[in-house]
Design a protein around this ligand. Structure first.
Ligand code: SF4
Length: 380
């Protein structure tokens, strides 16, 4: 079955059957991860109000479906911040090119590869969070378990249809023999699997993600809404640049549904010009200015979908209803406030991962596993 992507760029290929096949294969160890935006929308598929947070029931339902491990893409969002904030600080301190553009939206990445092939040096080289997680599962976690990566199937549950295409990009795999993320299903496809398995979603008791790749901070959950990636990056970059604790972690100017949001943030005696953009039309406007040398931004977040991932093409249909998107965004910010830790660099599982396996943030192994490169898709 094919469903049309609201961005107009892609079609959604149904991969539920592939997931059932992996779950029924006794030779496969099947690991699932879920994106931040899924937990604030999945409940709508089961008659709950928009803005219901169903994290615990979602985890419980994934265990009932038979996944061997249930991990959280939020862990990898914290990891993305460690890498992206380090990359930003590196560019600032070593005269690298600015603005830095966030790179966790594959629809946006594909757009600039086609439309702005002359600007490929400005996006962050960070892989998107679910790809970082896939990379870690097929390397670090496979080694921890003593399992051949080819015997692990990684399934991502995403709000997004573009992530299906992203997972198939050959430059994102560590080897030609196995992808880092094998299958991507959307929030709607997960809901269908839950119904096919006759699981009474609303009766499920809350369960926790598996450790250690299920630990996360409030900075990670806000990746799910427009402005969240930059807000999370600023919480960490501020402390990297100043060496001081950031007291007020909420950057209100980056929140809300305006298509282009701007702010000037003073850090360590310098004013940083920030922009947050959602919708590819708005992105084009700003990129044309960068191309013409008329922009002085230092860092820009770009998401293809209106509202960011809460409004993704794989979410329960919202038909452009802004109130639904606002309810989902409000749920994201409630989750952030409820977290005991709200800065990615305070995630103890992330600290341990760098100490035990990755080495320095933005270092050699991190580059190999967590970063990528871009391709000009037309002649300049
Ligand atoms: Fe996917 Fe839309 Fe999120 Fe981009 S903004 S990652 S296209 S859901």
């Amino acid at each position: 079955c094919l469903a049309v992507c609201p961005t107009g760029a892609l079609t959604e290929v149904d991969q539920v059957d592939k997931v059932w096949k992996a779950l029924n294969d006794p030779n496969q160890f099947v690991v699932v991860q879920t994106a931040p935006a899924v937990r604030v929308a999945l409940g709508e598929e089961f008659g709950m109000e928009p803005g219901s947070i169903v994290t615990g029931k979602m985890v419980a339902s994934l265990r009932r479906l038979g996944f061997n491990r249930v991990f959280d893409t939020d862990f990898a969002a914290d990891l993305t911040i460690m890498e992206e904030a380090s990359e930003l600080v590196h560019r600032i301190q070593h005269g690298g090119r600015l603005p830095l553009l966030t790179s966790c939206c594959p629809a946006w990445v594909k757009f600039f590869e086609h439309q702005f092939p002359d600007l490929l040096d400005i996006p962050s080289t960070c892989k998107s969070p679910h790809q970082m997680m896939g990379s870690l599962i097929k390397s670090y976690y496979a080694k921890t378990l003593g399992i051949d990566p080819k015997s692990i199937t990684v399934v991502s549950v995403m709000p997004c249809v573009a992530k299906k295409y992203e997972a198939a990009r050959p430059e994102l795999a560590q080897s030609a023999e196995t992808a880092d993320v094998d299958i991507v299903i959307t929030t709607r496809e997960l809901a269908r699997m839950v119904r096919e398995a006759s699981i009474h979603f609303d009766h499920l008791k809350d369960e926790e993600f598996d450790h250690p790749l299920g630990e996360s901070t409030g900075a990670a959950i806000i990746f799910g809404t427009t402005g969240g990636v930059l807000e999370a990056a600023l919480r960490t970059a501020y402390e990297m640049l100043t060496g001081e604790a950031l007291e007020k972690v909420e950057f209100e100017a980056l929140r809300g549904m305006n298509g282009i949001k701007e702010a000037v943030i003073p850090i360590a005696g310098k004013d940083y010009r920030i922009a947050v953009i959602h919708g590819l039309g708005n992105a084009r406007t700003v990129l044309e200015k960068i191309r013409a040398g008329e922009s002085d931004y230092d860092v820009i977040e770009i998401m293809a979908c209106p509202g960011g991932c809460i409004g993704g093409g794989g979410q329960p249909y919202h038909h452009g209803n802004m109130e639904i998107l606002k309810s989902r965004a409000a749920a994201i910010y409630r989750e952030d406030r409820a977290k005991p830790l709200r800065k990615s660099h305070e995630n103890l599982a992330i600290v341990a991962l760098y100490k035990d396996y990755l080495g320095e943030p933005y270092g050699e192994r991190a580059h190999k596993l967590l970063h990528t490169s871009y391709t000009a898709r037309r002649k300049i």
